[in-house]
Design a protein around this ligand. Structure first.
Ligand code: ATP
Ligand code: ZN
Length: 226
């Protein structure tokens, strides 16, 4: 299976917190998909749309490199990728077509219950475990606090207990995971939702037509849920 240049290409998270909502969204827009097979690419049956099912971290880059036309990703991952790409001289162009009504979460600092936290200054010179080093650095710079980041792509919440870090900067929705790990949320540094983004590359008229069909349907679905 390959990607057809004439079909609108949309990158979605293959499996994770955004995947069910993304599939529901497309279904609600009348896009008929056959996702039973665990394939990288899925062709819509009734519209000229191909889905690329990947890890969420890969979605902003695929859009910014023009490999796909659209992508759905959390603003947290999007913003982190923009900062990283800008710092390394890669293109970071895209446009937001729609902020979506799912995937809500916040990126927060948290410390162990016994940590005497008096504000960001309490983290001066400390080690902070995170998967979001750029968002964290932007916040700490804004607070004038120097720190050391410990990059972890998973198990961030166990880092303090394991002696790997003094604090963490991680995604939170209910706070249950923090609590289960004896951590207390101290500062919300970024609030996020899923967004539909588009590549900055010029789009063929036929693909634009498909987008013009999808957008009002998404709008209608979101309004109905309000
Ligand atoms: P992948 O295997 O695709 O890399 P992942 O483990 O990095 O998946 P998920 O945990 O599935 O990612 O989260 C995907 C996105 O869902 C997050 O980047 C964020 O935008 C959103 N999200 C919503 N609530 C939460 C939460 N409580 N914790 C983590 N992410 C959340
Ligand atoms: Zn990921």
């Amino acid at each position: 299976m390959t990607l057809d240049q004439n079909r609108l290409r949309i990158a979605l998270q293959k499996s994770g917190r955004l995947s069910t909502d993304c599939q529901q969204l497309l279904k609600g827009c009348g896009v008929k998909l056959n996702l039973r097979e665990q394939r990288l690419i899925a062709h819509a049956e009734n519209m000229p749309i191909d889905l690329l099912r990947v890890r969420d971290d890969d979605i902003p880059g695929l859009v910014m490199d023009g490999v796909v036309d659209l992508g759905i990703v959390g603003e947290n991952v999007l913003e982190e990728t923009v900062m990283e790409r800008q710092a390394t001289g890669q293109s970071a162009e895209y446009s937001v077509l729609k902020r979506l009504d799912f995937g809500g979460c916040r990126l927060s600092l948290a410390v162990a219950e016994e940590f005497d936290y008096q504000g960001p200054k309490s983290l001066e010179g400390k080690r902070i475990a995170t998967s979001y080093p750029w968002l964290l650095k932007r916040y700490m710079d804004s607070q004038g606090v120097k720190f050391k980041s410990v990059m972890l792509n998973g198990s961030v919440e166990v880092a303090p207990r394991a002696g790997l870090a003094d604090a963490i900067c991680d995604l939170v929705s209910t706070g249950a995971t923090l609590e289960a790990n004896g951590l207390v949320e101290t500062d919300v540094i970024y609030r996020s939702k899923a967004v539909l983004i588009q590549s900055a590359n010029p789009l063929a008229a036929s693909k634009q037509k498909v987008i013009d069909k999808l957008l009002p349907r998404i709008q209608g679905l979101q309004q109905a849920r309000e």
